[in-house]
Each structure stands twice: as structure tokens, then as C-alpha cells.
Design a protein around this ligand. Structure first.
Ligand code: UDP
Length: 250
């Protein structure tokens, strides 16, 4: 039985709510159901407002999870939903652990990050879960020739789970353009997760995450992000206006 998803609209962008995202993805995997997973946060929602192509890609994605605190607060505030945050990196980690325990034939591929980062992340996971079938990894910085090679490799290997860490919106657009290469695969945009897994960067301490302040840690680690982060107050203002002008059911 396919687990159901509830769909809500966050400023016109869909977000899917279920109590068990990893379970939903495992079902996709078992049924060879090609899936594009988007991890939605306030910043991405604001980008989608400015970028109709990104908005369309998110509309067409099979699973849009509430990755960011802003999205979760929005859902609680507008729809009175008891929604929990599902950070993309944690969903990816749970999926890898489940695959390593129960579905060890599953072929997994990492694509993205600075040179050596995807390889180091793969090395980390291979040590964590020796049964994991990591069939390949590619850095996210390369020439068009290497990109052609990558696509050929994906076509030959047919991995069933493909993590793409190129940042937003690059990874979402890339997945939408290339998912036909492995139509039965789960494709997940994982942002900077390879940086974390490879030890290049660290995640915010749990207490910051629990208080919806993970963004503050990112700002501390990467001060150059301040301009991008102006999207957060913008999102809050828009949510406030939306709350009193319309209720966003899809
Ligand atoms: N990246 C990449 N190729 C590019 C641009 C970026 O592989 O052409 C990688 C970068 O090295 C980093 C990730 O994409 O690992 C972006 O991480 P970030 O945390 O900025 O993601 P976002 O916040 O956009 O989800």
C-alpha cells in the first residue's frame, strides 16, 4: 500500500506532509518508482517566486519535504498542522542507513561538492556502513566533457538512489533535466550535505536546530551568505501578508 501524502501550499509552492518520509521513499525504491525529492526551505521558496523554472520543477517534484524551520512554522501557523521539520540531510542519512540494513543491493551514487568532497563523503559512508553499495561519485565542478562522461556513467550504472549536492537551484534544475537517464531512481537534492559528511564543514549544534536557529550557525560559518539570507525576513513578511489575505490551499 502506497503511503499517502498531504499536500499544502507554502506561498504557492507545494509541500508534502507525512509522518514517515523514509518509509515513503523505501516504498518508492521497492516499487522502482522514479522520484524527485526537493528539500524546501524559506530561501528556496523565495527563489522560486523569482524563478518560474525553479517553481515549475518544484511543482512537478514527487516529494517536497519541509526542510526549513520557516516552512514548518508557516504550516503550523496557517494550517494548524502538527508538522515536524524533516531536514534533508537527516532524511538522506536515514535512507542510507535503511538501505545498508535491508536493501543492500541498492546502488547509490553521489554527485556534487568541491573536488574530492564527494569521494571523501563516500569513503565516510562506506566505513560507517560497509554493506552499502556505493557505485560512484563525482565532484560538482567540471568541464562539459566530464559532465558528458558522468551522464554516460549514470546511464550505464542505473543507480537506484542518486544524491545531487550542487546547491539551490542548480541541483533541482539538473535533476529535472537529467532524471530520464535513470527513470526508476530516487533523485535527491542534498545541498551541502557532502561537505558535512566529508568533514569539510560541520552542522549546527542540535540545540540551535531545535530552536529554529540553524540558519544563524550557517551565517556564522559562511558570513558571505548574508545576502541570500535576506530571503528569510522577506519570507516572514510575505507569510504574514498571505495569512491575512488568503489561505493557501492548493
Ligand atoms: N557546488 C557544486 N558545484 C557547483 C556549485 C556548488 O558542487 O557548481 C556544491 C558546493 O561545493 C556545495 C554545495 O554545492 O557543496 C552547495 O552547498 P550549499 O550549502 O550552499 O547548498 P544550498 O544552501 O544551496 O542548499
Amino acid at each position: 500500500m502506497f503511503k499517502t501524502l498531504q499536500v499544502f501550499s507554502v506561498l504557492g509552492i507545494p509541500v508534502h506532509v507525512t509522518t514517515n518520509y523514509p518509509g515513503w521513499l523505501i516504498e518508492c525504491l521497492q516499487e522502482s518508482r522514479g522520484t524527485h525529492v526537493v528539500t524546501l526551505n524559506a530561501e528556496m521558496t523565495m527563489q522560486a517566486e523569482q524563478n518560474p523554472i525553479l517553481a515549475e520543477v518544484i511543482q512537478k517534484a514527487d516529494l517536497v519535504i519541509p526542510d526549513g524551520a520557516g516552512v514548518v512554522l508557516y504550516l503550523r501557523w496557517l494550517f494548524w498542522q502538527k508538522v515536524e521539520r524533516c531536514p534533508g540531510i537527516e532524511l538522506a542519512e536515514t535512507l542510507l542507513q535503511e538501505i545498508g540494513k535491508h536493501l543492500t543491493d541498492t546502488k547509490v551514487f553521489f554527485y556534487g561538492g568541491a573536488p574530492e568532497v564527494a569521494a571523501k563523503a563516500a569513503e565516510f559512508w562506506q566505513q560507517e556502513i560497509p554493506s552499502l553499495n556505493l557505485v560512484g561519485n563525482y565532484s560538482g565542478y567540471h568541464t562539459p566533457e566530464v559532465e558528458a562522461q558522468l551522464k554516460q556513467r549514470l546511464t550505464q550504472l542505473q543507480p537506484q538512489v542518486i544524491f545531487v549536492g550542487l546547491g539551490v537551484p542548480r541541483q533541482e534544475l539538473w535533476i529535472a533535466q537529467n532524471r530520464h537517464l535513470c527513470p526508476d531512481a530516487i533523485w535527491i537534492g542534498v545541498g551541502g550535505s557532502f561537505d558535512i559528511w566529508s568533514g569539510t564543514k560541520s552542522r549546527a549544534p542540535a540545540w540551535l536546530g531545535n530552536n529554529n536557529l540553524e540558519w544563524l550557525y550557517r551565517l556564522y560559518q559562511e558570513p558571505w551568505r548574508w545576502r541570500r539570507m535576506l530571503a528569510l525576513p522577506q519570507f516572514a513578511v510575505k507569510a504574514f501578508i498571505y495569512r491575512f489575505t488568503a489561505r493557501g490551499a492548493i
